[in-house]
Design a protein around this ligand. Structure first.
Ligand code: PLP
Ligand code: ZN
Length: 427
Protein backbone atom coordinates (compact mmCIF):
# COMPACT_ATOMS: atom_id res chain seq x y z
CA UNK A 1 0.00 0.00 0.00
CA UNK A 2 1.68 3.21 -1.09
CA UNK A 3 1.71 5.66 1.74
CA UNK A 4 1.23 9.04 0.16
CA UNK A 5 -1.86 8.15 -1.86
CA UNK A 6 -4.44 8.44 0.91
CA UNK A 7 -5.03 9.33 4.57
CA UNK A 8 -7.81 9.15 7.14
CA UNK A 9 -9.50 12.47 7.92
CA UNK A 10 -12.11 13.46 10.49
CA UNK A 11 -15.43 14.49 8.98
CA UNK A 12 -16.07 16.83 11.93
CA UNK A 13 -12.82 18.73 12.65
CA UNK A 14 -10.73 17.86 9.59
CA UNK A 15 -7.81 16.38 11.57
CA UNK A 16 -5.91 13.90 9.42
CA UNK A 17 -4.19 10.65 10.31
CA UNK A 18 -1.60 9.42 7.81
CA UNK A 19 -0.55 5.80 7.70
CA UNK A 20 -2.41 2.62 8.54
CA UNK A 21 -3.34 2.15 12.19
CA UNK A 22 -6.04 0.57 14.34
CA UNK A 23 -8.19 3.68 14.67
CA UNK A 24 -11.91 4.06 14.11
CA UNK A 25 -12.73 7.62 15.22
CA UNK A 26 -11.00 10.97 15.61
CA UNK A 27 -9.64 12.28 18.91
CA UNK A 28 -12.64 14.66 18.84
CA UNK A 29 -14.98 11.67 18.57
CA UNK A 30 -15.91 12.35 14.93
CA UNK A 31 -16.14 9.67 12.24
CA UNK A 32 -13.17 9.17 9.97
CA UNK A 33 -13.13 8.78 6.23
CA UNK A 34 -10.50 7.83 3.70
CA UNK A 35 -9.33 10.77 1.62
CA UNK A 36 -7.63 9.81 -1.63
CA UNK A 37 -4.99 11.93 -3.31
CA UNK A 38 -7.11 12.69 -6.35
CA UNK A 39 -4.47 14.90 -7.94
CA UNK A 40 -2.05 11.99 -8.04
CA UNK A 41 -4.77 9.70 -9.42
CA UNK A 42 -5.93 12.11 -12.10
CA UNK A 43 -2.75 11.68 -14.11
CA UNK A 44 -2.87 7.90 -14.33
CA UNK A 45 -6.50 6.87 -14.12
CA UNK A 46 -9.02 6.48 -16.92
CA UNK A 47 -12.27 4.56 -17.29
CA UNK A 48 -10.53 2.43 -19.91
CA UNK A 49 -8.28 1.05 -17.14
CA UNK A 50 -11.36 -0.39 -15.41
CA UNK A 51 -12.94 -1.64 -18.64
CA UNK A 52 -9.74 -3.40 -19.73
CA UNK A 53 -9.83 -5.49 -16.53
CA UNK A 54 -13.19 -7.00 -17.52
CA UNK A 55 -11.28 -9.30 -19.85
CA UNK A 56 -8.72 -10.37 -17.25
CA UNK A 57 -8.67 -13.64 -15.28
CA UNK A 58 -6.69 -12.28 -12.31
CA UNK A 59 -8.76 -12.34 -9.07
CA UNK A 60 -8.06 -8.68 -8.32
CA UNK A 61 -9.48 -7.76 -11.75
CA UNK A 62 -12.42 -10.15 -11.57
CA UNK A 63 -13.61 -8.86 -8.20
CA UNK A 64 -16.27 -6.20 -8.68
CA UNK A 65 -14.60 -4.24 -5.90
CA UNK A 66 -10.87 -4.56 -6.59
CA UNK A 67 -11.33 -3.99 -10.32
CA UNK A 68 -11.63 -0.36 -9.17
CA UNK A 69 -8.82 -0.66 -6.61
CA UNK A 70 -7.13 2.70 -7.25
CA UNK A 71 -10.35 4.33 -6.01
CA UNK A 72 -10.98 1.79 -3.23
CA UNK A 73 -7.73 1.14 -1.34
CA UNK A 74 -4.34 0.77 -2.96
CA UNK A 75 -3.52 -2.60 -1.37
CA UNK A 76 -1.16 -5.04 -3.06
CA UNK A 77 -3.20 -7.67 -4.85
CA UNK A 78 -1.65 -10.45 -2.72
CA UNK A 79 -2.99 -8.67 0.39
CA UNK A 80 -6.61 -8.96 -0.67
CA UNK A 81 -9.18 -11.17 1.04
CA UNK A 82 -11.59 -11.51 -1.85
CA UNK A 83 -14.42 -13.82 -2.86
CA UNK A 84 -14.71 -12.13 -6.25
CA UNK A 85 -17.61 -10.13 -4.81
CA UNK A 86 -19.73 -7.81 -6.89
CA UNK A 87 -20.32 -8.66 -10.55
CA UNK A 88 -24.02 -8.47 -9.73
CA UNK A 89 -26.61 -8.20 -12.47
CA UNK A 90 -28.50 -5.13 -13.55
CA UNK A 91 -32.09 -6.15 -14.33
CA UNK A 92 -34.47 -4.33 -16.63
CA UNK A 93 -37.94 -5.62 -15.78
CA UNK A 94 -40.83 -3.99 -17.64
CA UNK A 95 -43.30 -5.46 -15.13
CA UNK A 96 -41.60 -3.84 -12.15
CA UNK A 97 -41.21 -0.53 -14.01
CA UNK A 98 -44.92 -0.60 -14.81
CA UNK A 99 -45.72 -1.23 -11.16
CA UNK A 100 -43.52 1.71 -10.16
CA UNK A 101 -45.12 3.97 -12.77
CA UNK A 102 -41.87 4.52 -14.65
CA UNK A 103 -40.90 3.97 -18.28
CA UNK A 104 -37.91 1.96 -17.07
CA UNK A 105 -36.43 0.98 -13.73
CA UNK A 106 -33.04 -0.74 -13.75
CA UNK A 107 -32.34 -2.81 -10.63
CA UNK A 108 -28.80 -3.65 -9.52
CA UNK A 109 -29.18 -6.86 -7.53
CA UNK A 110 -26.66 -6.78 -4.71
CA UNK A 111 -28.27 -9.90 -3.28
CA UNK A 112 -26.16 -11.72 -5.88
CA UNK A 113 -22.99 -11.13 -3.88
CA UNK A 114 -21.21 -14.16 -2.33
CA UNK A 115 -23.12 -14.00 0.98
CA UNK A 116 -26.25 -12.46 -0.49
CA UNK A 117 -25.95 -8.74 0.27
CA UNK A 118 -23.97 -5.62 -0.67
CA UNK A 119 -22.19 -5.91 2.70
CA UNK A 120 -19.62 -8.15 0.97
CA UNK A 121 -18.26 -5.14 -0.92
CA UNK A 122 -17.37 -3.35 2.29
CA UNK A 123 -16.26 -6.51 4.05
CA UNK A 124 -13.63 -7.49 1.48
CA UNK A 125 -12.06 -4.08 2.15
CA UNK A 126 -12.45 -4.24 5.95
CA UNK A 127 -11.08 -7.77 6.32
CA UNK A 128 -8.21 -7.12 3.89
CA UNK A 129 -7.21 -4.16 6.06
CA UNK A 130 -7.59 -6.27 9.21
CA UNK A 131 -5.16 -8.81 7.77
CA UNK A 132 -2.80 -6.08 6.62
CA UNK A 133 -2.81 -4.76 10.21
CA UNK A 134 -1.88 -8.22 11.44
CA UNK A 135 -5.17 -8.74 13.26
CA UNK A 136 -6.32 -12.31 13.87
CA UNK A 137 -9.75 -11.58 15.33
CA UNK A 138 -12.63 -9.41 14.07
CA UNK A 139 -16.00 -8.46 15.55
CA UNK A 140 -19.23 -6.62 14.86
CA UNK A 141 -22.63 -5.95 16.37
CA UNK A 142 -25.27 -6.76 13.80
CA UNK A 143 -28.83 -7.82 13.21
CA UNK A 144 -27.90 -9.74 10.13
CA UNK A 145 -26.15 -9.16 6.86
CA UNK A 146 -23.04 -7.54 8.29
CA UNK A 147 -22.47 -10.55 10.53
CA UNK A 148 -23.10 -13.03 7.72
CA UNK A 149 -20.61 -11.24 5.52
CA UNK A 150 -17.98 -10.71 8.21
CA UNK A 151 -18.19 -14.36 9.26
CA UNK A 152 -17.58 -15.50 5.69
CA UNK A 153 -14.66 -13.18 4.95
CA UNK A 154 -13.06 -13.88 8.34
CA UNK A 155 -13.26 -17.60 7.56
CA UNK A 156 -11.69 -16.98 4.14
CA UNK A 157 -8.84 -15.10 5.85
CA UNK A 158 -8.42 -17.70 8.60
CA UNK A 159 -9.51 -15.27 11.31
CA UNK A 160 -11.75 -15.76 14.33
CA UNK A 161 -15.03 -13.82 14.11
CA UNK A 162 -17.29 -12.62 16.94
CA UNK A 163 -20.84 -11.45 16.37
CA UNK A 164 -22.91 -9.65 18.99
CA UNK A 165 -26.61 -9.76 18.22
CA UNK A 166 -29.33 -7.82 20.04
CA UNK A 167 -32.44 -9.31 21.54
CA UNK A 168 -35.50 -9.59 19.35
CA UNK A 169 -36.32 -10.83 15.89
CA UNK A 170 -33.47 -11.63 13.52
CA UNK A 171 -33.99 -12.94 10.00
CA UNK A 172 -33.30 -16.65 9.92
CA UNK A 173 -31.15 -16.81 6.80
CA UNK A 174 -28.68 -14.35 8.28
CA UNK A 175 -28.31 -16.00 11.67
CA UNK A 176 -27.88 -19.31 9.86
CA UNK A 177 -24.99 -17.89 7.85
CA UNK A 178 -23.12 -16.44 10.85
CA UNK A 179 -23.34 -19.81 12.59
CA UNK A 180 -22.49 -21.81 9.49
CA UNK A 181 -19.40 -19.74 8.65
CA UNK A 182 -18.16 -20.38 12.17
CA UNK A 183 -18.54 -17.01 13.92
CA UNK A 184 -18.86 -17.09 17.68
CA UNK A 185 -22.36 -15.66 18.01
CA UNK A 186 -23.29 -13.99 21.27
CA UNK A 187 -26.83 -12.83 21.94
CA UNK A 188 -26.89 -9.75 24.18
CA UNK A 189 -29.69 -9.14 26.65
CA UNK A 190 -30.27 -5.67 25.25
CA UNK A 191 -31.11 -3.73 22.08
CA UNK A 192 -28.96 -2.92 19.05
CA UNK A 193 -27.51 0.22 20.62
CA UNK A 194 -26.43 -1.80 23.66
CA UNK A 195 -24.78 -4.41 21.45
CA UNK A 196 -23.02 -1.67 19.49
CA UNK A 197 -21.64 -0.01 22.60
CA UNK A 198 -20.52 -3.30 24.04
CA UNK A 199 -18.74 -4.48 20.90
CA UNK A 200 -16.58 -1.35 20.89
CA UNK A 201 -15.62 -1.92 24.51
CA UNK A 202 -14.80 -5.56 23.84
CA UNK A 203 -12.68 -4.70 20.79
CA UNK A 204 -10.72 -2.04 22.69
CA UNK A 205 -10.17 -4.29 25.69
CA UNK A 206 -9.22 -7.38 23.68
CA UNK A 207 -7.40 -5.96 20.65
CA UNK A 208 -10.03 -7.31 18.28
CA UNK A 209 -10.57 -5.46 15.00
CA UNK A 210 -13.96 -3.77 14.81
CA UNK A 211 -15.87 -4.13 11.56
CA UNK A 212 -19.04 -2.21 12.37
CA UNK A 213 -20.15 0.61 10.12
CA UNK A 214 -17.94 3.14 11.89
CA UNK A 215 -14.98 1.33 10.30
CA UNK A 216 -13.92 3.78 7.57
CA UNK A 217 -12.53 1.15 5.19
CA UNK A 218 -15.86 -0.62 4.61
CA UNK A 219 -17.24 2.51 2.96
CA UNK A 220 -14.38 2.39 0.44
CA UNK A 221 -15.38 -1.09 -0.67
CA UNK A 222 -19.04 -0.19 -0.79
CA UNK A 223 -18.32 2.62 -3.24
CA UNK A 224 -17.59 -0.06 -5.81
CA UNK A 225 -21.34 -0.74 -6.08
CA UNK A 226 -21.56 2.65 -7.74
CA UNK A 227 -18.50 2.14 -9.93
CA UNK A 228 -19.83 -1.18 -11.15
CA UNK A 229 -23.31 0.21 -11.75
CA UNK A 230 -21.90 2.98 -13.94
CA UNK A 231 -19.65 0.49 -15.71
CA UNK A 232 -22.76 -1.64 -16.42
CA UNK A 233 -24.31 1.48 -17.95
CA UNK A 234 -21.28 2.15 -20.15
CA UNK A 235 -20.44 5.04 -17.77
CA UNK A 236 -23.64 6.88 -18.67
CA UNK A 237 -24.90 8.69 -15.58
CA UNK A 238 -28.57 8.03 -14.71
CA UNK A 239 -30.91 10.74 -13.37
CA UNK A 240 -31.69 8.98 -10.10
CA UNK A 241 -30.31 6.27 -7.84
CA UNK A 242 -32.85 4.88 -5.38
CA UNK A 243 -31.82 2.79 -2.38
CA UNK A 244 -32.98 1.84 1.14
CA UNK A 245 -31.50 3.58 4.18
CA UNK A 246 -30.77 2.01 7.58
CA UNK A 247 -27.44 2.97 9.11
CA UNK A 248 -26.99 5.08 5.97
CA UNK A 249 -23.48 3.87 5.15
CA UNK A 250 -24.50 2.76 1.69
CA UNK A 251 -25.88 6.03 0.40
CA UNK A 252 -22.91 7.84 1.95
CA UNK A 253 -20.59 5.46 0.11
CA UNK A 254 -22.35 5.90 -3.23
CA UNK A 255 -22.13 9.66 -2.96
CA UNK A 256 -18.45 9.53 -2.03
CA UNK A 257 -17.76 7.37 -5.07
CA UNK A 258 -19.76 9.67 -7.33
CA UNK A 259 -18.02 12.74 -5.99
CA UNK A 260 -14.58 11.23 -6.53
CA UNK A 261 -15.37 10.20 -10.12
CA UNK A 262 -16.75 13.67 -10.73
CA UNK A 263 -13.74 15.42 -9.18
CA UNK A 264 -11.47 13.30 -11.37
CA UNK A 265 -13.39 14.43 -14.42
CA UNK A 266 -14.39 10.83 -15.23
CA UNK A 267 -18.15 11.60 -15.20
CA UNK A 268 -19.77 14.86 -16.30
CA UNK A 269 -22.37 15.10 -13.51
CA UNK A 270 -23.80 13.26 -10.53
CA UNK A 271 -27.28 11.71 -10.28
CA UNK A 272 -29.81 12.57 -7.58
CA UNK A 273 -30.12 10.20 -4.63
CA UNK A 274 -33.43 8.97 -3.24
CA UNK A 275 -33.04 7.26 0.14
CA UNK A 276 -36.04 5.23 1.27
CA UNK A 277 -36.80 4.40 4.91
CA UNK A 278 -39.54 2.37 6.55
CA UNK A 279 -42.15 4.49 8.37
CA UNK A 280 -41.41 2.64 11.62
CA UNK A 281 -37.67 3.42 11.39
CA UNK A 282 -37.58 6.80 9.66
CA UNK A 283 -35.26 9.17 11.56
CA UNK A 284 -33.55 10.43 8.39
CA UNK A 285 -36.88 11.04 6.70
CA UNK A 286 -38.01 13.15 9.66
CA UNK A 287 -34.77 15.12 9.71
CA UNK A 288 -35.02 15.71 5.95
CA UNK A 289 -38.62 16.90 6.09
CA UNK A 290 -38.24 19.04 9.22
CA UNK A 291 -34.84 20.51 8.37
CA UNK A 292 -33.79 19.75 11.94
CA UNK A 293 -31.05 17.51 13.33
CA UNK A 294 -31.76 13.81 13.50
CA UNK A 295 -33.80 12.65 16.48
CA UNK A 296 -33.39 8.91 17.10
CA UNK A 297 -36.50 6.73 16.80
CA UNK A 298 -36.92 5.00 20.14
CA UNK A 299 -38.37 1.61 19.26
CA UNK A 300 -37.82 1.17 15.53
CA UNK A 301 -40.19 -1.37 14.04
CA UNK A 302 -40.48 -2.69 10.49
CA UNK A 303 -40.74 -5.99 8.69
CA UNK A 304 -37.59 -4.91 6.81
CA UNK A 305 -35.16 -5.90 9.57
CA UNK A 306 -32.06 -4.73 7.63
CA UNK A 307 -33.25 -1.13 7.92
CA UNK A 308 -34.81 -1.37 11.39
CA UNK A 309 -32.39 1.19 12.83
CA UNK A 310 -33.46 4.08 15.05
CA UNK A 311 -30.14 5.85 15.57
CA UNK A 312 -28.09 5.67 12.34
CA UNK A 313 -24.34 6.22 12.66
CA UNK A 314 -23.73 8.09 9.40
CA UNK A 315 -26.74 10.41 9.37
CA UNK A 316 -24.88 13.71 8.94
CA UNK A 317 -22.81 12.57 5.97
CA UNK A 318 -25.88 10.89 4.56
CA UNK A 319 -28.13 13.93 4.79
CA UNK A 320 -25.43 16.14 3.33
CA UNK A 321 -25.10 13.71 0.41
CA UNK A 322 -28.83 13.67 -0.29
CA UNK A 323 -29.05 17.48 -0.17
CA UNK A 324 -25.95 18.01 -2.31
CA UNK A 325 -27.37 15.66 -4.91
CA UNK A 326 -30.66 17.54 -5.09
CA UNK A 327 -32.26 14.33 -3.92
CA UNK A 328 -34.92 13.27 -1.42
CA UNK A 329 -35.63 10.99 1.52
CA UNK A 330 -38.92 9.08 1.29
CA UNK A 331 -40.72 6.76 3.68
CA UNK A 332 -42.81 3.68 2.91
CA UNK A 333 -45.06 1.51 5.06
CA UNK A 334 -44.53 -2.21 5.64
CA UNK A 335 -47.59 -2.80 3.46
CA UNK A 336 -45.98 -0.86 0.61
CA UNK A 337 -42.68 -2.69 1.11
CA UNK A 338 -44.31 -6.13 1.03
CA UNK A 339 -46.51 -5.34 -1.97
CA UNK A 340 -43.48 -4.06 -3.87
CA UNK A 341 -41.61 -7.17 -2.76
CA UNK A 342 -44.35 -9.42 -4.13
CA UNK A 343 -43.87 -7.67 -7.50
CA UNK A 344 -40.07 -7.97 -7.43
CA UNK A 345 -40.36 -11.63 -6.43
CA UNK A 346 -43.05 -12.44 -9.01
CA UNK A 347 -40.87 -10.96 -11.76
CA UNK A 348 -38.55 -13.89 -11.03
CA UNK A 349 -35.91 -11.65 -9.49
CA UNK A 350 -36.69 -11.69 -5.77
CA UNK A 351 -35.11 -9.77 -2.88
CA UNK A 352 -35.33 -9.39 0.87
CA UNK A 353 -37.85 -6.91 2.32
CA UNK A 354 -35.45 -3.98 2.93
CA UNK A 355 -34.37 -4.15 -0.73
CA UNK A 356 -37.91 -3.72 -1.89
CA UNK A 357 -38.25 -0.41 -0.09
CA UNK A 358 -36.36 0.75 -3.18
CA UNK A 359 -39.20 -0.20 -5.52
CA UNK A 360 -41.90 0.96 -3.10
CA UNK A 361 -40.09 4.28 -2.73
CA UNK A 362 -39.55 4.75 -6.48
CA UNK A 363 -43.26 4.13 -6.98
CA UNK A 364 -44.25 6.67 -4.37
CA UNK A 365 -41.86 9.28 -5.75
CA UNK A 366 -43.17 8.70 -9.28
CA UNK A 367 -46.74 9.02 -8.01
CA UNK A 368 -45.87 12.30 -6.28
CA UNK A 369 -44.20 13.56 -9.47
CA UNK A 370 -40.81 13.92 -7.78
CA UNK A 371 -39.37 11.40 -10.22
CA UNK A 372 -40.71 11.95 -13.74
CA UNK A 373 -41.65 8.75 -15.53
CA UNK A 374 -39.26 9.32 -18.42
CA UNK A 375 -36.24 9.88 -16.18
CA UNK A 376 -33.50 7.27 -16.08
CA UNK A 377 -33.83 5.56 -12.72
CA UNK A 378 -31.58 2.90 -11.18
CA UNK A 379 -32.54 1.14 -7.96
CA UNK A 380 -30.46 -1.02 -5.66
CA UNK A 381 -31.78 -4.36 -4.43
CA UNK A 382 -29.61 -4.80 -1.37
CA UNK A 383 -30.19 -8.41 -0.27
CA UNK A 384 -31.22 -11.89 -1.42
CA UNK A 385 -34.77 -13.27 -1.27
CA UNK A 386 -33.71 -16.22 0.90
CA UNK A 387 -32.34 -14.03 3.69
CA UNK A 388 -35.80 -13.89 5.18
CA UNK A 389 -37.91 -16.85 4.05
CA UNK A 390 -40.28 -16.60 7.03
CA UNK A 391 -41.70 -13.29 5.86
CA UNK A 392 -42.25 -14.62 2.34
CA UNK A 393 -44.24 -17.65 3.44
CA UNK A 394 -46.23 -15.70 6.04
CA UNK A 395 -47.15 -13.02 3.45
CA UNK A 396 -48.37 -15.52 0.89
CA UNK A 397 -50.32 -17.41 3.53
CA UNK A 398 -51.90 -14.15 4.69
CA UNK A 399 -50.47 -14.65 8.18
CA UNK A 400 -48.69 -11.33 8.75
CA UNK A 401 -50.46 -9.28 11.42
CA UNK A 402 -51.74 -5.97 10.06
CA UNK A 403 -50.68 -6.74 6.47
CA UNK A 404 -53.11 -7.37 3.61
CA UNK A 405 -51.74 -10.12 1.37
CA UNK A 406 -52.51 -8.06 -1.75
CA UNK A 407 -50.57 -10.23 -4.20
CA UNK A 408 -50.72 -13.52 -2.29
CA UNK A 409 -49.81 -16.76 -4.02
CA UNK A 410 -51.45 -19.09 -1.51
CA UNK A 411 -50.28 -22.68 -1.23
CA UNK A 412 -53.25 -25.06 -1.61
CA UNK A 413 -53.97 -28.69 -0.67
CA UNK A 414 -55.38 -31.41 -2.84
CA UNK A 415 -56.44 -35.03 -2.58
CA UNK A 416 -53.76 -37.30 -4.07
CA UNK A 417 -55.76 -37.75 -7.27
CA UNK A 418 -55.43 -36.61 -10.89
CA UNK A 419 -58.84 -34.91 -10.78
CA UNK A 420 -58.00 -33.17 -7.54
CA UNK A 421 -54.78 -31.63 -8.89
CA UNK A 422 -56.28 -30.89 -12.35
CA UNK A 423 -59.14 -29.10 -10.70
CA UNK A 424 -56.68 -26.72 -9.08
CA UNK A 425 -54.66 -26.00 -12.25
CA UNK A 426 -57.29 -23.80 -13.86
CA UNK A 427 -57.87 -21.63 -10.76
C1 PLP B 1 -27.34 -3.15 5.55
C2 PLP B 1 -28.52 -3.25 4.66
C3 PLP B 1 -29.32 -2.15 4.33
C4 PLP B 1 -29.07 -0.80 4.88
O1 PLP B 1 -27.89 -0.20 4.44
P1 PLP B 1 -27.25 1.01 5.24
O2 PLP B 1 -25.92 1.22 4.66
O3 PLP B 1 -27.20 0.58 6.69
O4 PLP B 1 -28.19 2.17 5.06
C5 PLP B 1 -30.36 -2.34 3.46
N1 PLP B 1 -30.66 -3.56 2.96
C6 PLP B 1 -29.92 -4.64 3.26
C7 PLP B 1 -30.31 -5.95 2.69
C8 PLP B 1 -28.84 -4.53 4.12
O5 PLP B 1 -28.14 -5.63 4.43
ZN1 ZN C 1 -12.08 15.27 14.67
Amino acid sequence: MSRASWCLACVECGASYPGLDVRYTCQCGGLLEVVHDLEALRARLSLATFDARLGSRAPADRSGVWRFRELVLPLETRELVTRLEGNTRLYDSPAIARYAGLDALLLKHEGENPTGSFKDRGMTAGVSIARRLGMTRVACASTGNTSASMASYAAAAGMRAYVLIPEGKIAYGKLAQALAYGAKTIQIEGDFDAAMKLVRQVCDAEGIYLLNSINPFRIEGQKALLFELLQDLGWEVPDWIVLPGGNLGNNTALWKGLSELHALGLIPRRPRLAVVQATGANPLYRAFVSGQDLVPVERPETVATAIRIGNPVSWKKSLRAVRESGGVVEEVTDQEILDAKAQVDAAGIGAEPASCATVAGARKLALRGVIRRSERVCGVLTGHLLKDPDVVVAYHRGELAGIAATFANRPVRSAATLEGVRGLLSE
